[in-house]
Structures are given as structure tokens and as C-alpha cells.
Design a protein around this ligand. Structure first.
Ligand code: KG4
Ligand code: ZN
Length: 334
């Protein structure tokens, strides 16, 4: 069978990235240009600045990726691109680049949902076995997804308000940590103790999550301690917050794993880089005899490799778009 090389483009938020992946599982080359340093002083991603940075970087990133792979566009089978969800102005930059390449080189254009990308970052680790449950935990989403087979997605539940990554970033801001706060909270929590009492989010029988109450509780706590002139212990607050988050996610995940009796569980998205969450979910899978897959750290946050990997499976399913494909700031994964 002829090898399939997918060129994947990602620009949904603050990373401009391009990657070439062979047969959906072998990474040939990846280039990521991150804007974190630019947005960090603003406390979060500024959409207008993000789009402008993507415009500046996109052609260099694609060219560099091809050079790194020692390939030309002639060697590429199809072009996969994140069409949504994400920041509309940012998405448009990657999408227009992908459409242009598709038109000029007469290559199929494969539309990829950003979450499908996060999920398929796992296919770069090992072959995914079905049926499986995927937990997508990122800056924009928190979802439990059932996959009966390749490129079939059934949402079981999701956050009713804030995404878990967004909550990490807001809590970090309260204690004076710059964007993105998730990785710093992860580090601080290692030395802290969960001494602060925080409410358990949405402790019900659904597969849904809710993190806004927890976020408000941290903001109120910080405010009260400030009024009392008491300095917050950052490490302990990080550990307290993280233990509540991890337990809430673990509880809903366990319910889904038991109800759907799957033998493979995968995690995806920026928050999947969280060490405590990974370890807790790993323990859970061992206890329940379920195969656990997680992406390499560098492929947890946004990158083109995950889009190229997902693009391969979308391409195999015949998901080819026409050149009038538009970006969508919000779209259901299906
Ligand atoms: O998937 P991603 O790169 O972008 C979106 O699609 O949203 O995720 C970014 C999010 C940020 O909120 C960041 O704080 C969080 O992932 N994050 C983490 C960790 N590393 C990144 N959250 C907790 N622990 C981490 N180690
Ligand atoms: Zn993402």
C-alpha cells in the first residue's frame, strides 16, 4: 500500500504549527511557533494580536517544516487543517494557507476539528483500539467522548461553564501567575498540601463538569485572606485546587469507563500534560484493567502533528472539503 503523507496546519489559538505525518502515526517533521511570551503579559490570549502573529509566521512555519522533512509539496498526499473551534481570526489564517496550498498543488483539503486533533495525538504514541473513551481537557473544553471506531465521536458529557484549563489559568492569575498558569500550578502543587477547603464541583450522576463555582471559591478565598491581611500560601492553594479538579474529573471518568465497558482510555488536550491528573487516571485504569494511552508531553498542547494524524483518519473516511470551507469558532465534534 502506498504511504500517505499528510501536511497538518494548526492555528486555532496562540500556536502556529505545521507538521508532516506518515500514515497517521509516524511524525516526519514538526514546527511550532508559540506566541505564549507575547500574550503572557496580557494575562491571556489577545485574539487580534494572535491573528496578526499567525499572519507573520504561517508561511515560514510551513516552509521550515517541509525543509526539516526534506520534502516538497509534491510528496504530500493531502493537506489537513484545523477549521474550528477556536479564535475565528486565528483559524482563518491557517485555513486560508491550507486552501491556497490545496488549490496551487491540487491536493485534497481535509477539515479537522481541533478536538479530533487532540485525540489523535495519541495515535502518534500507539495504535488506538476501539471502542474507547477519550477525555479532552484543554483551555477551551472539557469533554468525555465515546469512540466506537476510528473517526466516530459521541459526546457523553462536557463542562456546563468554564473549561478546566481556563479555570487553571484564572486561578493562577489570582495568585499572580502569568498566562498560561496550568503548568505553574502543576509545579507549585508538588510541594503544597491541600489545606484549603474548596467546594466539590457538580457532584452528580451525569458525565458533565462545572468549574466556575470552584473558580469563584478561589477568587473569594483570595479576597477574604487579603482583607484579613493574611498571605496566601501559593503551593497549598495550588495543591488544594488541583486535588479538587483531579477528583472531579476522575469521578466522572470512572463512571463513563464503567458504563461503557471500554478497554481503552485516552486523554488529550493541554491539561493532559498535568502530572497529577495523568497519574491519578493511570491508577484508575490499572485498578479497572483498562489500557491507558496519553500523548507525549510536547503533543498535549496545540501542534500540527495532531492535526496531520487526525487528518489521515479523516482522509481515509473520505472527509474532503471544497475550497469554500469556512472556519467555525464553535462546532460540534462529529
Ligand atoms: O490544548 P491547549 O494547548 O489549547 C486549547 O486548545 O485550549 O491547552 C492549553 C491549556 C491552558 O489552559 C494551560 O494552562 C493548560 O492547557 N495546561 C495545563 C498544563 N499544561 C498546560 N494545565 C494544567 N497542568 C499542566 N501541566
Ligand atoms: Zn487545543
Amino acid at each position: 500500500m502506498e504511504d500517505i503523507y499528510i501536511l497538518g496546519i494548526e492555528s486555532s489559538c496562540d500556536e502556529t504549527s505545521c507538521s508532516i505525518v506518515k500514515n497517521g502515526c509516524e511524525e516526519i517533521a514538526t514546527v511550532i511557533s508559540s506566541q505564549i511570551a507575547i500574550h503572557s503579559s496580557f494575562g491571556g490570549v489577545v485574539p487580534e494580536i494572535a491573528s496578526r502573529e499567525h499572519v507573520k509566521n504561517i508561511t515560514f512555519v510551513i516552509e521550515e517544516c517541509l525543509t526539516k522533512a526534506n520534502m516538497t509539496m509534491q510528496n504530500i498526499t493531502a493537506i489537513a487543517v484545523t477549521y474550528g473551534p477556536g479564535l475565528i481570526g486565528s483559524l482563518l489564517v491557517g485555513l486560508e494557507a491550507a486552501k491556497t496550498l490545496s488549490f496551487i498543488y491540487n491536493k485534497p483539503l481535509v477539515p479537522v476539528h481541533h478536538h479530533a486533533g487532540h485525540i489523535y495525538a495519541n495515535s502518534l504514541v500507539k495504535k488506538m483500539s476501539f471502542p474507547l473513551i477519550a477525555l479532552v481537557v484543554s483551555g477551551g473544553h472539557t469533554e468525555l467522548i465515546y469512540m466506537k471506531e476510528d473517526y466516530s465521536f459521541e459526546k457523553l458529557g462536557g463542562t456546563l461553564d468554564d473549561a478546566v484549563g481556563e479555570c487553571y489559568d484564572k486561578v493562577a492569575r489570582v495568585i499572580g501567575i502569568k498566562y498560561p498558569g496550568g503548568p505553574v500550578i502543576d509545579k507549585l502543587a508538588i510541594t503544597g498540601k491541600p489545606t484549603y477547603h474548596l467546594p466539590t464541583p457538580l457532584n452528580d450522576d451525569s458525565y458533565n463538569f462545572s468549574f466556575s463555582g470552584l473558580k469563584s471559591a478561589v477568587i473569594n478565598l483570595a479576597h477574604k485572606e487579603k482583607q484579613k491581611g493574611v498571605e496566601l500560601n501559593k503551593e497549598d492553594l495550588a495543591a488544594s485546587f488541583q486535588s479538587v479538579v483531579v477528583e472531579a474529573i476522575t469521578k466522572k471518568t470512572l463512571k463513563a469507563l464503567k458504563d461503557y465497558k471500554v478497554n481503552n482510555f485516552i486523554i488529550a488536550g493541554g491539561v493532559a500534560a498535568n502530572k497529577v491528573l495523568r497519574n491519578r487516571l493511570k491508577e484508575l485504569c490499572i485498578e479497572n484493567d483498562i489500557d491507558f494511552t496519553f500523548p507525549e508531553m510536547k503533543y498535549c498542547t496545540d501542534n500540527g502533528a495532531m492535526i496531520a494524524a487526525a487528518g489521515y483518519f479523516a482522509y481515509k473516511k473520505g472527509r474532503i472539503a471544497t475550497l469554500d470551507l469556512n472556519s467555525k469558532s464553535n462546532d460540534k465534534l462529529n
